[in-house]
Write a new protein. Structure first.
Lengths: 579, 104
């Protein structure tokens, strides 16, 4: 007996556990175990009523630790830590035992075996709990400053938003000017505001805001530090001169954008006179002096080919298999703008599927009504573009909507509706350890619930560096990154999980093996009483435990999962039931 | 046979006040609901016009004239295409150009 007062609750999870594990038998087996003050079964332990019962039991029986045997710890660890806290216990003296995913669901054919396994798992949980120490969250002060990498529309808006929250902002842009792609655009969907105007307005506000420092011709060279406190090294190019400065920041917002897809020579006739990409065509329309012209010749007929560089066959090497999302609407909008220049302009759109999603559908309707004709072409038989001896171009395709009629369209101009591709930013990826997906874009932790956070603490991503996005979506993501930065930095401190590694300095002989094993640079060499020993940087440690088994002196341990606890759990599992 | 897009017909018909099929989204409700069981798909017929495929349009003469103009299709068209009006415009075009009638 250790004098601990442990409460144990075994959950039926309706029939999820109860149908295969004899929960009452499990309770019967362990209720006489050392230090178990109370043991009960419950239909749904996570229900409000049962949570309340646990709190009440804890107060009446003076419990100091809690075990719940139910589902995966991923689901309810936080729930029951919270229950423990409400009941006056230290939340880190709670243990979740998984008797659902790892027991009842896997042994539906063996109820006796499942019940025995559940008993052993619960006993292991009780043993671990007996050896828990109260732990407190690690509190770190955070630096109320942010670094924004990339000065396109998303980065500019994010910088402004961060400054409006009261944070100090450093904006780093690789190019000599701000604004990215959007700075070069004329009228954009959906409200026909010029991209250049939008960016100019934003830039003016950014430049006028005293909390924002803008660095152009600049790059992020290095980053060190840990949660909420990073040191960033910025290199600023000034002609042949190179200046580097260091800034302390609490969060880093990556908004490095995209590249336009560049078709290969010969891809849909690319390289032929009169075959242009959508950005090139948009520029022509934006800058047209009255009538639409190409190299001084009037343009009477335009044929568009959609999905160029998007939704490519996965068997192609380096295929861009995703939909680039913005191009359908952009092409439709550009066609409407072109039609304004010349009412008798003939426009043929060769598409695979139109994806003018949401409110942009109305633009597609407007474009059809203005005289644009849409032809649905087969996925597996791309349109062919050739140069005619007369100097014009001819596009041949099958129109699925007329029963696969083969149709030839004479055109003055062929517009390849090109998509977005990820930018090659190998240096930045290596500096920030950015997670790059198979498609080359950066990955967020969760597409719905954590859409701008990365697995690297304090490094947020937004805009088209994540995935193809329209400018409004890019800006929305930028502002999400602002909110996340605010959530991390505005309180002035952050609480981190205390289940991290620890070093028993008296046992440590500093061999350096733990530091070599640590993937987070969380172990430093320090001098203590004239000896060299290892020390854990608690704010950098993620509690992975990688340093524990490599220590030849058993001087490293993981709080919450100490060697002693693991051994006691094994003992608990091996214990033979008396009955 | 590859049909060359002929903007002439499209200009003459497709952009005339009497013809409108731009909003057609090829759903096929018109064909499904036709009491005559007219076996030409109107949506396809209209696309021939939009693409300027004169021969294809001409080949459908029988069917263009078998329409009752009951407007059942029009009432049910989710895109609001004036189908019956389009058919009348086509009849006019065929009569005028195909049979040499109505000139002047």
């Amino acid at each position: 007996m250790s004098g601990r007062r442990i409460g144990v609750y075994v959950c039926q999870c309706g029939g999820n556990i109860g149908d295969y594990v004899d929960v009452d038998k499990v309770v019967e087996e362990i209720k006489g175990d050392d230090d178990v003050v109370i043991a009960r079964s419950a239909m749904f332990t996570c229900s409000d009523a049962t949570q309340q019962e646990i709190v009440q039991d804890a107060q009446e029986q003076g419990l100091d630790a809690l075990v719940v045997a139910s589902c995966s710890p991923k689901l309810h660890t936080v729930t029951f830590r919270d229950v423990a806290k409400r009941a006056g216990m230290n939340p880190f003296q709670y243990t979740q035992v998984n008797v659902r995913e790892q027991c009842s669901w896997t042994h539906t054919d063996d109820k006796t075996g499942a019940t025995e396994k559940a008993t052993r798992l619960v006993r292991a949980g009780i043993n671990r709990t007996r050896l828990t120490e109260p732990l407190e969250p690690i509190v770190v002060e955070t630096t109320p400053k942010s670094l924004v990498v990339g000065g396109g529309i998303a980065g500019l808006r994010a910088a402004l938003g961060l400054a409006e929250l009261g944070l100090t902002v450093f904006l780093v842009e690789k190019e000599a000017r701000l604004g990215g792609h959007v700075a070069g655009y004329g009228p954009m969907f959906p409200n026909d505001r010029k991209g250049s105007d939008l960016v100019a307005t934003l830039e003016e506000k950014v430049r006028a805001n005293p909390a924002i420092t803008v660095f152009t011709n600049a790059e992020l060279m290095a980053k060190s530090g840990s949660f909420g406190n990073n040191q960033a090294t910025i290199a600023i190019h000034d002609g042949d001169k190179l200046e580097t400065i260091q800034v302390d920041v609490g969060s880093i917002v990556v908004a490095t954008g995209f590249d336009d897809y560049e078709p290969a020579a010969g891809e849909f006739g690319y390289g032929l006179d009169g075959v242009v990409t959508l950005p090139e065509f948009k520029k022509m329309v934006d800058e047209a002096p009255g009538l639409l012209q190409y190299k001084g010749r009037p343009v009477k007929t335009v044929a568009y080919i959609y999905c160029v560089g998007s939704r490519q066959d996965e068997s192609l090497e380096g295929a861009h298999t995703y939909c680039s999302r913005y191009c359908c609407t952009s092409a439709v909008h550009t066609a409407l703008e072109a039609q304004k220049l010349a009412g008798d302009l003939r426009q043929y759109h060769l598409y695979r599927d139109m994806r003018t999603y949401g409110k942009y559908e109305l633009l597609w309707n407007a474009s059809r009504e203005s005289g644009s004709l849409y032809l649905r072409v087969p996925d597996d038989e791309p349109p062919a573009v050739e140069k005619l001896s007369s100097g014009g171009l001819k596009v041949t395709t099958r129109d699925l909507l007329t029963g696969e009629e083969e149709i030839a369209i004479p055109a003055d101009l062929v517009v390849l509706v090109t998509g977005m591709v990820p930018r090659d930013n190998a240096e930045l990826v290596s500096v920030l350890k950015l997670p790059v997906g198979n498609d080359g874009f950066y990955n967020e932790i969760h597409p719905k619930l954590r859409p701008v956070e990365t697995i690297v603490d304090g490094v947020l991503i937004c805009g088209a560096c994540q995935a193809p996005k329209t400018s409004s979506e890019a800006v929305a993501a930028g502002l999400a990154a602002v909110t996340q930065s605010g959530a991390m930095l505005k309180r002035g401190y952050a609480e981190l999980d205390p289940m991290v590694a620890t070093v028993y300095a008296d046992l440590c002989t500093w061999c350096g093996k733990c530091r070599a094993a640590c993937p987070y640079d969380a172990i430093e060499q320090v001098e203590l009483d004239g000896r060299q020993v290892a020390q854990v940087v608690k704010t950098a440690c993620k509690g992975c435990g990688g340093c524990v088994p490599v220590c030849p002196e058993d001087a490293t341990d993981l709080l919450g999962y100490t060697d002693a606890q693991i051994k006691s759990m094994i003992d608990g599992m091996m214990e033979v039931s008396c009955s | 046979m590859t049909a060359l897009v002929n903007p002439g017909l499209a200009d003459e018909l497709a952009r005339s006040d009497g013809f409108d099929a731009d909003a057609c989204m090829n759903c096929g409700v018109c064909s499904a609901i036709c009491p005559m069981g007219v076996d030409v798909e109107v949506r396809r017929l209209f696309r021939y016009v939009l693409l300027g495929m004169e021969d294809k349009v001409r080949a459908e003469t029988e069917r263009v004239f078998s329409c009752l103009l009951c407007r059942m299709c029009e009432e049910n068209c989710p895109a609001g295409v004036h189908i019956a009006e389009n058919v009348r415009t086509l009849r006019h075009h065929i009569v005028r150009t195909g049979f040499g009638l109505g000139e002047g």
